[in-house]
Design a protein around this ligand. Structure first.
Ligand SMILES: [Mg+2]
Length: 415
């Protein structure tokens, strides 16, 4: 089988409300690039990448000269063809490789009549459990709804998500307000949902001293882990020496060099595997094998997905023997998806791993066209800027916190 064409379409899909984080904000929607890899046997594979627009589409078009005529089964060769580690110093194509790998695995699964999880070693579980992913949110700019800013609103949002989807583990994304205020929010959450489990992630924005202080304050709670309290292995190592709970990362161990460094001088206990950041599902399976060998924990990271990437996370979660934590997903904040049959459904806090050949998802052409049109109308948004804090720079460590008494609505953002 040979690859004959690659198509890239940028879409933007609305969120229920703008999601705030330590580096800025998702301005009420996600922008994603949907990849279609075509073959001479008529099988089409789907991939997905974060961000998009003319530059991302042009990158995929530019790679046609590399890949047309390439056998999609030769995945290891494609890794070096697209993302050779020394060439990557110049072209940084890890996430592009990931989107192409998703599509090639989708092609192979369809060709061989098996789900991608069977290609990856076979599934150990039929469902992948997820954590509720709680964000501080601005109100929806048009209807004023969906705000999450106070401890009461955090608790209400968690209760609602638990009732709707059955989550028993809850992740609070912090790094937006001063740590004392976020501690109050996290404690309120843990107190309201006593018996469930919790994790906190300020996106590496604290000083090491603040990370140690915060970690010590929450030692008595039912923490899965404290995620990226500081940015950098040295700060994580110092924090880990003084805090009695596992530390997790999706930022400072995202490749095999960093994983090796962490094995040799451990700074992080739980590695959050992201199918895009690591360059594909197979790289994550390999990394999970290293973690199994050295008895590090693993979990599945979410970098803001539509259904195609969510399918890669499900197939990954199905085949990892050492997945002992609920996975993360932004998915329940989305109002829609581009896959046929509508959004994946949560049941008892988990999602069934697709069983159809390949990734097990197909495009809804009408929705793809609709959200591609919406992207053309609205364009991209600056992920690392806050719509109501112009001029703010998210330094690391940060001390320029947002004001939790600020009730403004970001009325001028495009929706
Ligand atoms: Mg994180």
């Amino acid at each position: 089988m040979k690859i004959t064409d690659i198509k890239a379409t940028t879409v933007t899909v609305p969120l229920e409300a703008p999601l705030r984080h330590a580096n800025g904000c998702h301005w009420g929607r996600f922008v994603r690039t949907i990849i279609e890899v075509e073959t001479d046997e008529g099988i089409v594979g789907l991939g997905e990448m974060g961000g998009g627009g003319e530059s991302a589409e042009a990158v995929f078009r530019g790679l046609k000269s590399y890949l047309v005529g390439h056998d999609p089964a030769r995945l290891e060769e494609m890794r070096f063809l697209i993302s050779n580690p020394t060439a990557s110093l110049y072209n940084n194509r890890t996430q592009i490789l990931a989107a192409l790998e998703f599509a090639c695995l989708d092609i192979l699964g369809q060709k061989w009549g098996v789900p991608v999880s069977e290609i990856l070693g076979g599934r150990l579980q039929e469902r992948v459990p997820f954590a509720s992913y709680l964000f501080f949110r601005y109100p929806h700019p048009q209807n004023g709804e969906g705000e999450v800013r106070t401890p009461e609103q955090i608790v209400a949002q968690a209760r609602l998500l638990k009732e709707q989807y059955g989550f028993t583990s809850h992740k609070l994304k912090g790094g937006v307000f001063r740590p004392e205020y976020e501690l109050e929010c996290y404690r309120a959450l843990a107190s309201a949902l006593d018996g469930d489990r919790f994790r906190f992630d300020p996106n590496g924005v604290w000083s090491t001293e603040t990370a140690i202080w915060f970690g010590q304050q929450i030692e008595g709670l039912r923490n899965d882990y404290l995620e990226d309290p500081v940015y950098g292995l040295a700060g994580m190592r110092r924090t880990r020496e003084k805090v009695r709970m596992p530390l997790a990362t999706n930022t400072v161990v995202v490749n095999f060099e960093q994983l090796a460094a962490n094995v040799l001088d451990t700074a992080v206990d739980v590695i959050l595997l992201d199918t895009t950041f690591w360059g594909g599902i197979r790289q994550c399976v390999k990394a999970a094998g290293v973690c199994e060998t050295f008895q590090l924990g693993v979990a599945v990271h979410s970098s803001g997905e539509l259904g195609i990437q969510l399918a890669t996370m499900l197939h990954l979660g199905a085949v990892i023997p050492n997945l002992t934590f609920a996975a993360d997903a932004h998915y329940h904040h989305l109002s829609d998806d581009v896959i046929a049959g509508g959004k994946f459904k949560y049941e008892n806090g988990s999602i069934v791993v697709p069983s159809a050949p390949g990734l097990g998802v197909k495009l809804d052409r009408d929705k793809l066209a609709r959200y591609a049109e919406l992207y053309k109308r609205l364009g991209s948004y600056p992920y690392d800027q806050d719509p109501l804090r112009p001029g703010w720079t998210p330094t690391i460590p940060n001390n320029r916190w947002a004001d939790p008494t600020d009730t403004r609505i970001p009325e001028r953002i495009l929706w």
